[in-house]
Design a binder for this molecule. Structure first.
Ligand SMILES: *[C@@H]1O[C@H](CO)[C@@H](O)[C@H](O)[C@H]1NC(C)=O
Ligand SMILES: *[C@@H]1O[C@H](CO)[C@@H](O)[C@H](O)[C@H]1NC(C)=O
Ligand SMILES: *[C@@H]1O[C@H](CO)[C@@H](O)[C@H](O)[C@H]1NC(C)=O
Ligand SMILES: *[C@@H]1O[C@H](CO)[C@@H](O)[C@H](O)[C@H]1NC(C)=O
Ligand SMILES: *[C@@H]1O[C@H](CO)[C@@H](O)[C@H](O)[C@H]1NC(C)=O
Length: 245
């Protein structure tokens, strides 16, 4: 996976969340500065706490042995809570670099927001003044739909459902550090399908199952009959395509 950003031809609909149509998904980077939880000011304790947290995250001493990181700094109402995790098959060095890049990105893009999320193909970083650990949140979301559609929809969704069920079970049972599942399968005369699912590892098994169930409903909602889709939510993500990724 390239760490650089590429532009690609796509149509994006920006609502409360993003929905993009694209025929390929090279490495991407998407930032969401969240307005609802408010702003912080230049001299606030929140700003100091956030800077401390982000710089500790960006230190090369921070380790990501399981590709997961959480931290809370400060006291309510100035406490900052952060979660970072990497795609389950990303090596520790790449993971650390991805989280560092995300933290720079958030600092620049959301200079005064108490809450923000950054998604890229290798990692997610979010922070908030709210407590976010062990909570299932499926919005705001970031969705990419493959522009190519599929005609044999019944068969397509049967295969997809089976694959997602298996991968979801694998991810949800994944323990406190890594909740990641992949799969691929084909029917005779049918192209091979690939899926990947992941939850933030702090979720319980039931929470992870619930988050991925909800995320799976977005496939039809946003990307009906598309050959592939990528759904990112704060607590889980999933992807399916007719090619390995
Ligand atoms: C927060 O800051 C933005 C500018 O970044 C401003 O448009 C908005 O009105 C501010 N919201 C509040 C509640 O102060
Ligand atoms: C961390 O960075 C410092 C300065 O940038 C460097 O001197 C040190 O060797 C680095 N440590 C590791 C473990 O990479
Ligand atoms: C894809 O969808 C569009 C619009 O829904 C339709 O016009 C087109 O025929 C479809 N293509 C295939 C290959 O199914
Ligand atoms: C497809 O699945 C097989 C067996 O389940 C696995 O060995 C293989 O690595 C998978 N391929 C990809 C590209 O994920
Ligand atoms: C969050 O981080 C703290 C401190 O590093 C650690 O003790 C705790 O186990 C982590 N929580 C989860 C759910 O991973």
């Amino acid at each position: 996976m390239a760490s650089g950003r590429q532009l690609f031809s796509s149509l994006c609909i920006i609502l409360l969340h993003f929905v993009c149509l694209t025929n390929s998904l090279p490495s991407f980077s998407r930032t969401l500065c969240i307005d609802d939880t408010g702003n912080f000011t230049t001299n606030s304790a929140y700003k100091t706490n956030l800077e401390t947290l982000l710089s500790s995250l960006s230190s090369n001493r921070t380790t990501f042995p399981y590709g997961f990181y959480n931290a809370s700094i400060g006291q309510t109402p100035d406490a900052v809570n952060a979660i970072a995790y990497c795609r389950g098959d990303v090596e520790e060095d790449e993971c650390r670099q991805c989280v560092i890049d995300s933290s720079h990105n958030l600092k620049q893009s959301c200079p005064n927001k108490k809450e923000a999320i950054h998604w890229s193909d290798s990692c997610m970083l979010r922070y908030s003044s709210r407590s976010i650990l062990q909570k299932v949140e499926t919005g705001p979301r970031n969705v990419y739909c493959n522009t190519d559609n599929y005609t044999d929809i019944g068969r397509f969704y049967d295969l997809l459902r089976n694959l997602l069920d298996k991968a979801r079970g694998e991810a949800a049972a994944g323990g406190p550090f890594r909740k990641f599942g992949t799969g691929n399968a084909t029917d005779p005369g049918f192209t091979r399908m690939y899926v990947l699912v992941q939850c933030t590892p702090d979720l319980t098994e039931a929470q992870c199952n619930g988050c991925l169930d909800t995320a799976a409903t977005f496939i039809r909602t946003y990307c009906y009959a598309r050959q592939g889709s990528v759904i990112f939510t704060p607590s889980c993500n999933l992807r399916h395509e007719l090619y390995p990724f």
